[in-house]
Design a protein around this ligand. Structure first.
Ligand SMILES: *Cc1c(COP(=O)(O)O)cnc(C)c1O
Length: 347
């Protein structure tokens, strides 16, 4: 085995039957039946036996209409996770990858898998980007990529495009902005794409559009960057069913606006309720989840909630001491979570 993989830990998602599931930032609502019906209707007789379109042309067209980006500046992946690995393999291997932490752990994992060196650049108090530290770190060594997430998972705060532009102006490295939660809030960096050929934007249909199970992510970048990425892309990375489902969802994307609005309203209520609990400090968020710190050890809160049928994420770690992350669920799920959390903290 490659010795540099020895310290990697296989990804283990918690699976618990019958739990109130608020741990993975998924859309909690049932998939719209009208859209499901339309997906079935579009499956022809040769749908399963033929390979899918490797360029996912129909989907790329829909994504172009949705985002306003040109078709040759779009690449789709089997979840944005796969695209993160492609970015590492194409640009990162043998070099340094800067990561503004605390953030999504997959950037570090995929950097290691690709044989790149992940370098953490801590965010400031309140989790804003430390623009100067990032620019400074990018000048050192062989820095190839910079990973920023906005709104950031798990802290929930977005980064103003002006801050990202300040980084783009001062480095030749590729700056990747992961906008997985864009539909819930924060200003997109899309308007910066034209000006900065070293900007890469990641998006996904896993969160706002309720397709986490079908693994559909996409990238927006300068066409020259997409052309380079095509070298490491698996030809049939996005299966035919996911391509069809994604096209259908995007054609009916207004169906999701109501659900997104409801999630945002419930997020505000959940935030207010959390703030009112003594022993809880919650952090402002523009995503569909809330980070909060508890007076009790996060590990204990997590375990005690599990015992009461509530699954959330324990985020305890550097910069996130005794922090947990809860996804905004349906109204009754949020209420149950709050009730059990109070019970745990009162005990
Ligand atoms: C959930 C999430 C993704 C989405 O990953 P997919 O592979 O597209 O499901 C990407 N980035 C961040 C920061 C996320 O939280």
């Amino acid at each position: 085995m490659r010795p540099d993989l020895a310290e990697l830990v296989p990804y283990r998602a918690e699976s618990h039957q019958g739990m109130v599931k608020l741990d993975a930032n998924e859309n909690p609502y049932d998939f719209p039946p009208v859209i499901l019906e339309e997906i079935w209707q579009h499956m022809g007789k040769q749908f399963f036996n033929r390979y899918p379109d490797p360029a996912a042309r129909r989907l790329v067209e829909q994504l172009s209409a949705y985002t306003g980006a040109g078709r040759d500046g779009i690449m789709v992946g089997n979840g944005s996770d796969e695209i993160i690995l492609n970015l590492m393999l194409t640009f990162g291997t043998g070099g340094r990858v800067l990561i503004a932490t605390p953030t999504f752990t997959m950037y570090g994992v995929h950097a290691r898998i690709a044989g790149a060196a992940p370098v953490q650049v801590p965010r400031r108090a309140g989790f804003a980007l430390d623009v100067e530290a990032i620019v400074e770190a990018a000048r050192k060594g062989d820095t190839r990529l910079i990973f920023l997430c906005s709104p950031n998972n798990p802290t929930g705060n977005p980064s103003p495009p002006e801050e990202i532009a300040a980084i783009l102006q001062n480095t030749r490295a590729l700056v990747v902005v992961d906008e997985a939660y864009q539909e819930f809030g924060g200003k997109s960096c899309l308007p910066l794409l034209e000006e900065y050929p070293n900007l890469v934007i990641l998006r996904t249909l896993s969160k706002a559009f309720g397709l986490a199970g079908l693994r559909i992510g996409y990238l927006l970048a300068n066409p020259s960057v997409v052309e380079l990425l095509m070298r490491t892309k698996q030809p049939y990375n996005l299966n035919a069913f996911s391509q069809l489902a994604a096209c259908t969802v995007l054609a009916h994307r207004e169906e999701f606006n109501g659900l997104i609005k409801r999630i945002l309203a419930d997020r505000e209520e959940l935030f207010r309720e959390l703030q009112a609990i003594s022993g809880v400090e919650s952090f402002p968020t523009e995503a569909n989840f809330i980070l909060f710190r508890t007076s009790l050890p996060a590990e204990r809160v997590h375990r005690e909630l599990l015992a009461r049928g509530i699954l959330i994420r324990n985020m305890h770690g550097p910069g996130l001491e005794n922090c947990l992350r809860v996804t905004v669920g349906k109204r009754d799920e949020n209420r149950l979570f709050l009730e059990k959390l109070k019970e745990v903290l009162d005990a």
